[in-house]
Each structure stands twice: as structure tokens, then as C-alpha cells.
Design a protein around this ligand. Structure first.
Ligand code: SF4
Length: 709
């Protein structure tokens, strides 16, 4: 864990899903020097601007250092840990007894460590008996999870980062990887440079990523399914299918092809549906057909959609149809946004999953019930994020515990989410900071959690690689690990024996043992080989991919090159997607569509990255990007202020006139909040429209208007 030669602690970056290894050398004054870990296989020593500025974000300004409770005068007052925990447990128990387990909920975060996630999920699903435990990862990659499960029978990422080095064609769909997964993007560029790999970027917005593309396809929003349906038809028409693979390892191909033909049966029809030229479409199809080694990477532009799951499956269909899956340099590849979105998926942090990738099916429920000795285990799926906050607004959920996330900024229709929080009978937040928009929405109990650099456990990155996050700073004040906080409440609820964890290592061993329980049940997620790690071995754990089953000498790097899917018949499913259509309409009053996303140097709601002066220099203030023709049409000038309005809210933003934007589209970054800039809480503008399979909201196409301010 500590490299004696360097005096540095090996840990992992807390920002994006690339999961870069970091060397942190404390300065014994509360700070640390930060460098990339040359031995970590995610980054081999490289860090992006956010990772390299981590040392600037370690101060204690605005930190929450001890528990606080809202007293009768309405102010927040300091309280002892034992009293805070007693209060939370007592109030949860009272509400569950009075209104049933469905009246309480946890809302978690892809920033939590796997051990935190595991204990929270175990308490809510296993012992309180409700599956109302969801996570901000629902806003990030839930459509990929649903797409994987529909196609593969499990939430399995088939490829690995080495595929990006080996691919001859890299197709990025709805991904600004140059800004959002920078170290991985550099790896792709290195492949371009060293091996001549080609890159296609598919995005309504001409991002920095598009600047390095051999072919940029600026398609109309919401038409990805049409493009990949057209590709499936073109592959079939030109004899580019892998008929053996389709026959031996899949089902549903004919239906999917028939649907694809009805969506985009030719190059011309695809061009018409997507707004691309026939030449652009034909060039892309030819590049895909002629490159046996293709990796298609997709991110929020695909996932954050009311048809996100169908888009994921339309992409996977093309890889299955050509056998381009699980082979070196050939795979569909979901880029996860957050550092531990994958770890959350592994422990059942989503309301529609059980732990260890198990589902709410009778055999899986029974298996987890027996393992946890949890007779009251939840027996059906809980409410997904957007539904959860709607249930809070309706008074159906009365107690909520938010851990490490800021839903009053990040949820769609964030004003409604914030108003819902104010209705709660019990509103608990575990946080690093004293104040943010969620805390300021009427929290009743504030619990101080350890932050990055202080806490210890594991995270899993986009390629299924589990890495250690290690503490290298003394935990300040009375801050505690999240797994400890949840465990202490569980003990006070009367579930002591099941939550008697002394360390993150103990939690991890139980998580590993559950994954391998009854021989892993034939599932994809099985880390049985890590079940008996000693505390020392856990501390020294080097980055390792899953699965690594008991007895395995090495992890399995890829899946499905020779079939072996996780459905009962071991076949993959081709999915016939719905006809692509945005679920909202533009009108005379809302003639534009608002796309939201990230900028290069900020992270989420800026509670950490916003403290770095260096990161603040890149794009220092909230803005809205608009095409020059639209700027003229709507009378807004570059660098002036404008008001952007949707049916859900409005923001005042600086105008950035740019050819990167399509006509008819606006782009605004998600990071600012009332805590950082009072007029730019962009989540308040986003429609709470969700995908029917994944529950993921459509953050990319809300009807909007713009006027000069
Ligand atoms: Fe951190 Fe992601 Fe940058 Fe790597 S690429 S340093 S994980 S933000």
C-alpha cells in the first residue's frame, strides 16, 4: 500500500470511471503531493487535469466535522455521535413500524466505496425489508445496466481497456471522452498514433473529442438507434454477419433485423432519420464492416435518454451480429461516469437489483436471504431515483437518508426534488461538507463522513477492475466511514450480529463470500478468490479484475467470445428496439432542445473540484452554448447573459456562441448550484422523463427557450 521508496500511498482517483491509480505523499500538514501511479493498469502513471489537481482539494474549509441535528429553534446544533445514531435509528424504526418498510428510503452515490454501498444495501434490502435504495448512478449508466441484462442475461462489461490499444476502429457514441474520461481518451489517441487506428465520433455536439475523429457524425438528438439499426441492415445486406456466432450463441436475430429494417432499411433511410448525409452514413458503415477489431464506446449521450436502453441494445446488436465481442480489440464498451458506479452495481446499489448481480427472482431472493440470515428481505424491486423523489413529494416515503450526493442539484426537475425533501418527516444526510443545496433543503440530521484521502476500501472502474482507495490523511474531527455509520444505525435497529463489522476488510470479505455463495450460482460477478484475504492482504491488494473465482490463478479478462451468456439458455438476446422518437415535443414557446453535460475540469456539483483554483480557470462560470444562427434568431450575443427556460425552471447563464452546437440545440453544464452560483442550477431545467427499462432520465433534450437577460 505504501511504496517505501516513494513514501507515497497508493490509492485511486475519486472522480471518473477510468479509475486511475494515484500516488499520494502527505506533507504532514493536512495536504499531499499527488502523482499518477505508474504501476496502475488503468493509467500507467498518467493523470488528467482533475486528477493532478487533487492536492489542491484537501483542505478542511467548509468540512462537516461532527454530527449535527436540527433543534426545536430550527437551527442546526452539534450533537454527540451516539445521540445522533440513536435518533436516526429511533425515527427510522418508528416510521417503519407505523407505515411499513416502503415508507423509508436510502439515496446513495457512485462516490461511495463498495464497502459503504454493501452495508447500506444490506440494511435496507435485507433487514428493513424495502428495496427503496437507489443511487445517483441511476442518472449515469442505468441504461447500460438494463441493456446488458437484456442482451447478456447479466450486467457484464464484455471487454477491457487493453481492447482500446488493440482496436482498429474506435467508435465513440454520446461520449465526450476527451473531457470526461481523459486518460482513457489519451490511450485511444496513442493507438491512433502508434497503430493507425481510426476514430468515429457520433454526437449531436461537435465536442473536443470530435476534434480528433477521422469521421464525425453530428446526428440529430435521439436518433442513435436509427443509425445502429441502419448499420445492422447494412451488415446483413453486405454479407458481413457472423452467421455461426448468431446461430450458436444468440436468439432473436430475425426479429431484430426486421425491426431495424422498419426503422432504417437503407443508407438513404438512415440518413433521413439521423439528419446525416448519405455519404457520412455510408462511410461509417464501410468503416465498421471493414474493421474486424471495433470497440464501440458509449456514455451519457446514449444512457441519459428516454430510449437509452434501446440505444444500448441497438449498439450491442451490431457487435453480436458480427461476433465482435469479447475478443481483443472488439467489443461494445460502456464508459461509466463515476469512480464506483460499477462497485455499486456489484453490491445491489440499484433499487432493481440484489447484491452480487442477483435479481429479484425467487431463487436469488432465497439465496441472499439465507446468506444474510435475513428473514425480512425485500421481495420486490424498489423505487428508482426519479420515482423515489416523486414518492417523497406525494408523502408516500417519509424518511430518506442521502449519502454522499446532492440530488437537489443533480436530479431532473431539481426544484421539485428539493421541494420534496422539505416534506420529509426524517431527512438524514451523510456528507463531507457543511453546506450544499441538498443539506440546505431542510436536513434534520447531518452525519460527518470521511472523505477521499481519509477513507479506505475499494472501487471498481469501467473495465471491472477493483482497486483500493487508501487513507493517507488522518480523519479530521469526528468523521467516520460510511459503512461504520450505517452499521451503527443497524445495530441500534436490533440487527447487531449481521452488522458487527470492524473494518472495511471485513465488509469486503463478506461481499466476496456472497458473490461466491453456492458456487457463485453461475453468475458473472464472482470474486470468490478474494473471500479469505487477510487484513494485510486486503491492505496490499493490487488492482484486480472480476470475475476471479475461487481457485482461479488469474481473473477472466473478457467475456462472450465463444458465447457463454448468462441467460438460462446461455444465449445472447438480440433486442428489437422501439421506433426512435424523443418523448417531448418542441413548441412555439419552447423551440429549442437543452442538452446538459460536463465540462473538462469540474466534477458533479463541484464540492471537491470547485475548491481547486487551477480547475476553476478552465471555464470559470456557468454558460449556455448556442449556434451562431440561433444566437441571431433569438437575439442573444456572445458573452452576454441570457435566460434559459423550460417547463420545469429557468436559469440565467452567460452566452457562448459556438459552431460546436447544432442549430436548434442548447448546451449547458451541470456543475453549478445555488451554493456556487445562484442563477445556474441547470438540473432544475431538465424534464423528469425516464426510460421505461432503466428508469434513467432524459437529460439531453428538454424543450427550452432562450431570451436576452
Ligand atoms: Fe481521475 Fe478520471 Fe482523470 Fe483518471 S481520467 S485522473 S480517474 S478524473
Amino acid at each position: 500500500a505504501i511504496d517505501p521508496a516513494l513514501g507515497a500511498t497508493r490509492t485511486t482517483c475519486p472522480y471518473c470511471g477510468v479509475g486511475c491509480g494515484v500516488l499520494a505523499t502527505p506533507d504532514n500538514n493536512g495536504g499531499a503531493a499527488i502523482a499518477g501511479d505508474p504501476e496502475h493498469p488503468a493509467n500507467f502513471g498518467r493523470l488528467c487535469s482533475k486528477g493532478s489537481a487533487l492536492g489542491e482539494t484537501l483542505g478542511l474549509e467548509d468540512r462537516l466535522l461532527y454530527p449535527m441535528i436540527r433543534c426545536s429553534k430550527g437551527t442546526m446544533e452539534r450533537i454527540a455521535w451516539s445521540d445522533a445514531l440513536d435518533h436516526v435509528a429511533h425515527r427510522f424504526a418508528h416510521i417503519v413500524k407505523r407505515d411499513g418498510p416502503g415508507a423509508v428510503a436510502f439515496y446513495l452515490s457512485g462516490q461511495l466505496l463498495t464497502e459503504d454501498y454493501y452495508v447500506a444495501n444490506k440494511l435496507m434490502k435485507g433487514f428493513i425489508g424495502s428495496a427503496n435504495v437507489d443511487t445517483n448512478s441511476r442518472l449515469c449508466m442505468a441504461s447500460s445496466v438494463a441493456g446488458h441484462r437484456r442482451a447478456f442475461g447479466a450486467d457484464t462489461v464484455p471487454g477491457c481497456y487493453e481492447d482500446l490499444d488493440a482496436a482498429d476502429l474506435l467508435v465513440l457514441v454520446g461520449s465526450n471522452a476527451a473531457w470526461c474520461h481523459p486518460v482513457l481518451f489519451q490511450r485511444m489517441l496513442a493507438n491512433k498514433q502508434a497503430r493507425g487506428a481510426r476514430m468515429v465520433v457520433i454526437d449531436p455536439r461537435r465536442t473536443d473529442t470530435a476534434g480528433d475523429a477521422d469521421l464525425f457524425l453530428g446526428l440529430k438528438p435521439g436518433t442513435d438507434t436509427a443509425l445502429f439499426s441502419g448499420l445492422l441492415v447494412a451488415l446483413a445486406d453486405s454479407g458481413a454477419l457472423d452467421s455461426d456466432y448468431i446461430a450458436h450463441h444468440t436468439s432473436g436475430f430475425d426479429e431484430a433485423l426486421a425491426r431495424a429494417k422498419s426503422i432504417a432499411g437503407s443508407v438513404g433511410a438512415t440518413a433521413l432519420a439521423t439528419g446525416l448525409s448519405e455519404q457520412e452514413v455510408a462511410d461509417f458503415f464501410q468503416m465498421f464492416k471493414s474493421s474486424p477489431r471495433v470497440v464501440t464506446l458509449y456514455s451519457q449521450g446514449v444512457n441519459q435518454s428516454a430510449q437509452g436502453t434501446d440505444k444500448v441494445n441497438a449498439i450491442i446488436n451490431c457487435h453480436l451480429a458480427t461476433g465482435r465481442i469479447g475478443k481483443p480489440g472488439a467489443s461494445p464498451f460502456s464508459l461509466t461516469g463515476q469512480p464506483n458506479a460499477m462497485g455499486g452495481r456489484e453490491v445491489g446499489g440499484l433499487a432493481n437489483q440484489l447484491a452480487a448481480h442477483m435479481a429479484f427472482t425467487p431463487p436469488d431472493i432465497d439465496r441472499v436471504r439465507r446468506f444474510w440470515k435475513a428473514p425480512r428481505i425485500a421481495t420486490h424491486e424498489g423505487l428508482k431515483a426519479v420515482q423515489m423523489f416523486e414518492a417523497i413529494a406525494k408523502g408516500e416515503i417519509k424518511a430518506l437518508w442521502v449519502m454522499g450526493t446532492n440530488p437537489a442539484v443533480s436530479l431532473p426537475d431539481a426544484d421539485a426534488a428539493r421541494a420534496a425533501l422539505k416534506k420529509l418527516e426524517l431527512f438524514v444526510v451523510s456528507e463531507n461538507v457543511l453546506s450544499n443545496d441538498t443539506v440546505n433543503a431542510g436536513v434534520h440530521v447531518l452525519l460527518p463522513a470521511q472523505a477521499w484521502g481519509e477513507k479506505s476500501g475499494t472501487v471498481t472502474n469501467s473495465e471491472r477492475r477493483i482497486s483500493r482507495q487508501r487513507a493517507f490523511l488522518r480523519a479530521p474531527g469526528e468523521t467516520k466511514p460510511d459503512w461504520w455509520i450505517v452499521g451503527e444505525v443497524a445495530k441500534r435497529l436490533g440487527f447487531g450480529p449481521a452488522f458487527d463489522f470492524k473494518s472495511a476488510a471485513e465488509v469486503f470479505r463478506e461481499h466476496a463470500a456472497l458473490s461466491a455463495f453456492e458456487n457463485g450460482g453461475g453468475r458473472d460477478f464472482d470474486i470468490g478468490a478474494l473471500t479469505s484475504l487477510s487484513d494485510e492482504e486486503f491492505d496490499e491488494l493490487t488492482p484486480v479484475m472480476w470475475p476471479i473465482r475461487a481457485g482461479d490463478s488469474a481473473p477472466q479478462q473478457r467475456f462472450f467470445a465463444n458465447g457463454g451468456f448468462f441467460a438460462n439458455d446461455h444465449r445472447a438476446r438480440f433486442i428489437a428496439p422501439e421506433i426512435p422518437a424523443l418523448r417531448s415535443e418542441t413548441t412555439a414557446g419552447r423551440p429549442l432542445r437543452l442538452n446538459t453535460g460536463r465540462i473538462r475540469d469540474q466534477w458533479h456539483t463541484m464540492t471537491r473540484s470547485g475548491t481547486s483554483p487551477r480547475l476553476g480557470q478552465h471555464l470559470p462560470e456557468p454558460f449556455v452554448e448556442i449556434h451562431p444562427d440561433d444566437a441571431i434568431r433569438y437575439g442573444v450575443d456572445d458573452d452576454s447573459f441570457a435566460r434559459v427556460t423550460t417547463d420545469y425552471g429557468q436559469c440565467t447563464l452567460k452566452v457562448a456562441v459556438s459552431e460546436r452546437q447544432q442549430r436548434g440545440m442548447l448546451f449547458a453544464p451541470i456543475h453549478w448550484s445555488e451554493a456556487t452560483a445562484s442563477t445556474a442550477r441547470v438540473g432544475a431545467l431538465v424534464a423528469p422523463i425516464t426510460d421505461p427499462f432503466s428508469g434513467q432520465p432524459e437529460n439531453k433534450a428538454t424543450p427550452a427557450s432562450i431570451v436576452p437577460y
